[in-house]
Design a protein around this ligand. Structure first.
Ligand code: MCA
Ligand code: AMP
Length: 504
C-alpha cells in the first residue's frame, strides 16, 4: 500500500457513486465526488508549500469541506491538527506556535481576528467556510481533481490532537497512521459495522470521538454519514428514522430522554446507540432501555489511545461499566505509587498498551516519559477496577480534570487566569454535577487581605482568554480553602460542599 491510511479509508472507495455524506439540505455527496474534491484540496495545500510531515492546523466549522481537508491531509502526508472552534485567539496561538504549523486554516469571519497571530508565528493563514467559500476553497476550485497520493508507512504521523495537562499546558498527542487504522479496524469488527450503516453524525469533528471513531469507522465499513453541523435536538429527531446508528456523549442521551418525541417507535429500528467521552450514568442507561427497549453500548477511550474498552455488541452490556478491553488492547489496574498490578476488584490506575496507543507528546520527552512507560503501557490517569468477568468500571480520576458535555477542562488552566486578577489571593476550580453537561466547573476564590475581587471583571477576563465551555458558571468567594496536613487543597471537600451548586 502506498499510503495505508488513505488507501484503506478513502482510496478503497474510488469510483463509487454511492452516497458518503447526506447533508442537512437534503443533498448527498458520493464517495467519487468526495475524493475528487479531496484531490483538489491536496493539490491546493501542496501548491501553498505544505510538505509531507508538515502540520496543518484547522479551526473551522463542521462541513463537508472540513472533512475533505482531513482527507486531503492524509492523502498529501500532512499531519492534521484540528482545533475546537470555541478556542479563543489566545488559546489558538499556543497551538500554532507549539506545533510549528506551516498552514493555519480558519473560518472566513475569523480572518481579521487571527491575522496578527499568523504574522506573529510566521504561519500562513487561509480560510475555509462551510459553503465552498474562503480563500482555500478558491484555490482548491482551480486545481486538478486527481492527486498522486504521497507514500507513507503505518509509523508516519497522521494527526496531532492537543490535550491539556495538570500543569495547564497543552500537549500535542502524536498519532500515527497505524494508531488510527488499527483502532478503526478493531471497532468495525467489534461493533459489526457494514456498508448498510447510516450513522447519525452530530458530534464535532475536531476530537477523536467525532473524527477518528465515527468517521473512520464508517469509512472503513463503507457506510454513510448523516452529517449534521452540530447536535440539534429537532434535527436529531427528524433524522433518526433515516439512520441505523448514532454515536454521542452522555449529554446527547440525557437530552433525548428529556424529549417526549423520543419514543420507542422512533428509536426501535436503530441497530446501535454508542456512548463515550464521559461517564454515562447507570440511571441514564436504564432509563434509555425502559424508553426504547435498546441498551446503549458504552465504550471508553482517550485522545492518546483512541478506544480502549467496549461493552459487547453481542452479549451483556452492563450499565455503569465501560465493558471489556478491545481485541489487541492490554489493560491492567496498577498501584498508583508502586506501579504493581492489582488483583481483580481492587481500585487502581488504568494502564493500557496496544497498537492504538500514541507515540508521545510533540517535543515533550519528559511529559511523554511520565505517562508512557518504556514497556509501552500508557498511564491513563483514570482510576478503575476489573471484575472477574473482565468488565472495567471507571470509578474516578487520578488527574485533575473536569469533563463538561464531553469537553475536557483542566482546572489549573482556569486557576492560573483567576489567580492573576486584582484582589485574588488564590483559587480552586472544581467540577460538580450538572444536569445537562454531567459536570461543570465552579471557581472557589480567596481574596487578598482586605480586598474584594470584582467577580464580573474576572468573568470578563476569562471571556478573553478561555473558551466559553471552560468558563466557570459560578464564582464563589470564601475566607480560605480547606487544606490537608501537607498543605494541599482538599478539592474533594470542596466538591462535597458545592455538590448542589447546579441543582435546580
Ligand atoms: C457548549 N457549551 C458548553 C458545552 N458545549 N458549555 C459547557 N460544556 C459543553 N460541552 C456552551 C456554549 O459555549 C454556549 O454558552 C452554550 O453552552 C450553548 O452552546 P451550544 O453551541 O448551543 O451548545 P450545545 O449545542 O448545547 O452543545 C452541547 C453539546 C456539545 C452538544 C454537548 O458540547 C458537544 O457536541 N459535545 C461533544 C464533545 C465531544 O465530541 N467530545 C469528545 C472528545 P453560552 O450560551 O453561555 O454562550 S474525544 C474524547 O473525549 C475521548 C477520545 C473519547 O473517549 O471519546
Ligand atoms: P480526552 O482527553 O478528551 O480524550 O478524554 C479522555 C477521558 O475521558 C478519559 O481519560 C476518561 O476520563 C474520559 N472518558 C472517556 N470515555 C469515558 C467513559 N465511557 N466513561 C467515563 N469516562 C470516560
Amino acid at each position: 500500500m502506498v499510503n495505508p491510511l488513505y488507501d484503506t479509508l478513502f482510496g478503497r472507495h474510488a469510483g463509487k457513486t454511492t452516497p458518503f455524506l447526506h447533508l442537512p439540505d437534503g443533498s448527498t455527496i458520493t464517495h467519487k465526488d468526495f475524493l475528487a474534491r479531496t484531490a483538489r484540496f491536496a493539490n491546493a495545500i501542496t501548491s501553498l508549500g505544505v510538505k509531507p510531515g508538515d502540520r496543518l492546523a484547522a479551526q473551522i466549522d463542521k462541513s463537508a469541506d472540513a472533512l475533505v481537508l482531513y482527507a486531503a491531509c492524509v492523502q498529501a502526508g500532512v499531519i492534521f491538527l484540528p482545533l475546537n472552534t470555541a478556542y479563543t485567539a489566545d488559546e489558538v496561538s499556543y497551538f500554532i506556535d507549539n506545533s510549528g504549523a506551516s498552514l493555519f486554516v480558519c473560518q472566513p469571519a475569523q480572518r481579521e481576528n487571527l491575522d496578527s497571530l499568523s504574522k506573529a508565528t510566521g504561519t500562513r493563514l487561509e480560510t475555509l467556510g462551510t459553503d465552498n467559500s474562503g480563500s482555500l476553497a478558491d484555490i482548491a476550485n482551480q486545481q486538478n481533481d486527481s492527486f498522486e497520493t504521497v507514500a507513507r508507512t503505518r509509523d508516519d504521523l497522521a494527526a496531532f490532537l492537543y490535550t491539556s495537562g495538570t500543569t495547564g499546558r497543552s500537549k500535542g498527542a502524536m498519532l500515527t497512521q497505524g494508531n488510527l487504522l488499527s483502532n478503526a479496524t478493531t471497532l468495525v469488527e467489534a461493533w459489526s459495522f457494514s456498508s448498510d450503516d447510516v450513522l447519525l453524525h452530530a458530534l464535532p469533528i475536531f476530537h477523536t470521538h467525532g473524527l477518528f471513531v465515527a468517521v473512520n469507522v464508517t469509512l472503513l465499513a463503507g457506510g454513510s454519514l448523516i452529517f449534521m453541523p452540530k447536535f440539534d435536538q429537532d434535527q436529531i429527531i427528524a433524522n433518526l428514522p433515516r439512520a441505523t446508528t448514532m454515536m454521542g456523549v452522555p449529554t446527547f442521551y440525557t437530552r433525548l430522554l428529556d424529549d417526549p418525541r423520543f419514543t420507542q417507535e422512533l428509536a426501535q429500528h436503530m441497530r446501535l446507540f454508542i456512548s463515550g467521552s464521559a461517564p454515562l450514568l447507570a440511571e441514564t442507561h436504564i432509563a434509555f432501555e425502559q424508553r426504547t427497549g435498546l441498551r446503549i453500548l458504552e465504550r471508553y477511550g482517550m485522545t492518546e489511545t483512541n478506544m480502549n474498552t467496549s461493552n459487547p455488541y453481542d452479549g451483556d452490556r452492563r450499565a455503569g461499566t465501560v465493558g471489556l478491553p478491545l481485541p489487541g488492547v492490554e489493560l491492567k489496574i496498577t498501584h498508583p505509587v508502586t506501579g504493581e498490578t492489582l488483583p481483580n476488584g481492587e481500585v487502581g490506575q488504568i494502564e493500557v498498551r496496544g497498537p492504538n496507543v500514541f507515540v508521545g507528546y510533540w517535543q515533550m520527552p519528559e511529559k511523554t516519559a511520565e505517562e508512557l512507560r518504556e514497556d509501552g503501557f500508557f498511564i491513563t490517569g483514570d482510576l478503575g477496577t476489573i471484575d472477574d468477568d473482565g468488565y472495567v468500571t471507571i470509578v474516578g480520576r487520578n488527574k485533575d480534570l473536569i469533563i463538561s458535555g464531553g469537553f475536557n477542562i483542566y482546572p489549573k488552566e482556569i486557576e492560573l487566569v483567576i489567580d492573576e486578577q486584582p484582589g485574588v489571593l488564590e483559587s480552586a476550580v472544581i467540577g460538580v454535577p450538572h444536569p445537562d453537561f454531567g459536570e461543570s466547573p465552579v471557581a472557589i476564590i480567596v481574596a487578598q487581605n482586605g480586598a474584594t475581587p470584582d467577580l464580573d471583571a474576572i468573568a470578563g477576563t476569562m471571556q478573553q482568554s478561555l473558551a466559553r465551555f471552560k468558563q466557570p458558571r459560578k464564582l464563589i468567594i470564601v475566607p480560605e480553602l480547606p487544606r490537608n496536613t501537607m498543605g494541599k487543597v482538599q478539592k474533594n471537600v470542596l466538591r462535597d460542599t458545592y455538590a448542589d451548586a447546579f441543582v435546580a
